[in-house]
Design a protein around this ligand. Sequence first.
Ligand SMILES: [Fe+2]
Length: 277
Amino acid sequence: MDVVVDPIKPNVGAVVYADRSAFRSSDFAQHCLELVEKHAALVFPRVGLSDEEQLTFTDLLGARVNFTTGVAGADAYAKDVYTITLDPKVNPDPEYVLGSMFWHMDGIVMDIPPPKVTLLSCKSPPDKGGQTEFANTVAAYEALPEEEKAELAGLRVVHSLVAGVREILNPEEIDPKRRGFKHEHPLVWTQRSGRKSLLIGCTADYIVGMPKAQGRALLARLLEWCAQPAFTCRHTWQKGDFAMWDNTGALHRALPYAEDSGRRMHRTTVAGVEAVV
Ligand SMILES: [Fe+2]
């Protein structure tokens, strides 16, 4: 199997060149899991996977999880494939897609372990904007001064859907069934392997036991730290591009794009295997 890995930056991102047929191979899937742990985000240029091929590869990586059932764009083209678009013909309820323009982790406010890997295929690229950016929250944590790491130890953060879309919607405008999605997490997640990452992003509402202003200022400063060029990379989509990233060790966001940009992405998700404790 010919696989070429071309790192984008020392701390984040790699472009992987592989034949489309590789995505049926469990050895290749295992290799990609190792690569995504190391590089946080992988981009596979112009492989042109079908929904079926993407689902097959998703299943080779782990258990498939679908947490968007009932959301506009869910299962529009294939079961367990979430269509990300602002096209009102496919998605008449775009608030959650608009929310993806802010740094976030997928599934962090749900009552499930944070999804392990998110996979995205570009079915139709935007004519302008709509790039995806990734930020490595493992490398960013590691690079913090030791005294700051000590200050963060033991802090806990409440993440909520309301906070995640606060730039777009007032709480009363959110679907009441989803308004209560909320989860408390440690600010620093130590996984069983010993790997530590920051659990932050637009869903992070406040720090438990800290005055709201001071807590939010700290969360904003940590987000700025993670978003430095050393920890981030950006992918400009072409039709057929495929990407996967480690949702437990990276933040992501889309750069703004217009409703009529033509951007349409198909997303699948691999379930997390480790609850946050
Ligand atoms: Fe997302």
